[in-house]
Design a protein around this ligand. Sequence first.
Ligand code: SF4
Length: 88
Amino acid sequence: MSLMITDDCSSCGACEPECPNQAISEGEDHYRVNPDLCTECVGFFGEPQCTSACPTESVVPDPDRKESQEALLAKFKQLHPDKEPVLS
Ligand code: SF4
């Protein structure tokens, strides 16, 4: 499941550098997650890095984009064909 950033985002930008997939960017009104790039940090870390970086708890699972662990790992491999995934 990709994560999403809600309207509670204060646009502090703390999440952006934490993302290993460069999935986070500044949007018109607040930061956004590109669901095609978000692996929930699968392949890099055991838990989403942006969630813990966010001071307003605005990064949440996107209920419209549910993906299994296998699908997230496949996305990681597609995005990073030369990298070995860190399995947690
Ligand atoms: Fe990036 Fe991980 Fe957050 Fe997804 S969960 S946006 S991959 S930091």
